[in-house]
Ligand binder design. Structure first.
Ligand code: SF4
Length: 324
């Protein structure tokens, strides 16, 4: 819901109306009709003038493990996807997009092969989470869907700052970046809330990283790692490193050893991500992931292996490409 538009349409109403409308919306209301503390004429005016969501749901796919992937179109026809992940321990995590397509062309990522359309505004970002909030309460949000959040940092932060109204605290909000330094620097300097920062690393050295992620030519590892250190010094919070496991590419013991040297265990925690095939690479087999993790364990670098969700509906990491 575009609250700026609501505010324009209700310019003659008392200022608390906006708060009432947002409380209903963030609490999971599905229509203006449910907002019973609003006068009937106000609800009618909103129904006529302000679409309840900025997004149109085009398709929804349901995986065997409870994961749901939604394909939306923006009002000007650009596709985006968001994913609800349901975990056995009761967690409900939503992965949302910050851009339609992505200009950064990481070779392992289906989104990077789509045409880049545009940045999303804060309401379009929030409407992805609200779509699932209307189905059930959610408690985690990760900005790891389509797009590089630090290329759209104002809208991403504006959206992240409204998530607590939906029941998602800053500590349960994660913003991911490939290391786009202008945005990352702003995040480090400006974000006081304990929002988690995740760095998509995927390689322990520049040559390999540049092959996988062309953005590394512009912002090489040393500079990105230095900015992460600055974050930890300033904010006293660790950085979560995302490392997608590509068979025969970045998953050897030599890569693990290099990673353990590169990453200070006081600064970083590593999350190893089993890869979901998108055509160009194969995912590392389980024993290769276990051997890689063992090297990190020996070096006392904290590491976990991510639970994969929604693989059968192309909703897992690296698979979002807006194909219904
Ligand atoms: S991994 Fe992220 S930054 Fe890279 S192409 Fe995909 S969406 Fe863009």
């Amino acid at each position: 819901m575009n609250l700026d538009l609501v505010s324009n349409v209700l310019a003659d109403e008392p200022p608390y109306r906006l708060q009432q409308i947002w409380e209903w919306t963030a609490g999971g209301a599905s229509s203006y009709g449910e907002m019973t503390n609003l006068p009937a004429r106000t609800r009618a005016l909103l129904e006529e003038r302000v679409p309840f969501s900025t997004l149109e749901l085009v398709h929804e796919a349901h995986a065997k493990d409870g994961t749901v992937k939604a394909l939306f179109h923006t009002h000007d026809g650009h596709p985006i996807e968001a994913v609800l992940m349901r975990y056995r321990d009761g967690r409900r995590s939503v992965c949302i997009s910050s851009q339609s397509g992505c200009p950064l062309t990481c070779t392992f990522c289906a989104t990077g092969r789509m045409r880049f359309r545009r940045n999303l505004d804060a309401w379009e970002i929030l409407d992805q989470a609200l779509h699932f909030r209307r189905v059930e309460p959610i408690d985690h949000v990760v900005f790891m869907g389509m797009g590089e959040p630090m290329l759209n940092v104002d809208a991403v932060l504006a959206a992240a700052r409204r998530l607590p109204d939906m029941g998602v605290t800053p500590r349960r909000t994660t913003i991911s970046t490939v290391g786009w330094l202008p945005g990352l620097k702003r995040f480090v300097d400006e974000v006081d809330e304990p929002i988690r920062l995740a760095l998509s690393l995927h390689a322990p050295a520049d040559a390999l990283r540049s092959e996988l992620m062309p953005v590394n030519d512009r912002y090489p590892l040393e500079d990105v790692i230095a900015e992460c250190r600055r974050y930890v010094e300033l904010r006293r919070r660790k950085v979560f490193v995302e490392y997608v496991m590509l068979a025969g590419v970045n998953d050897g013991p030599e890569h693990a050893r290099a990673l353990a040297v590169l990453l200070d265990r006081k600064v970083f925690k590593v999350n190893l991500i089993p890869y979901n095939p998108t055509g160009m690479y194969d995912g590392s087999p389980r024993d290769a992931i276990a051997a890689f993790k063992a090297v990190l364990d020996n070096a006392h670098l904290p590491a976990t292996v991510r639970l994969t969700r929604g693989r059968d509906i192309a909703a897992a990491c690296g698979q979002l490409a807006a194909t219904a």
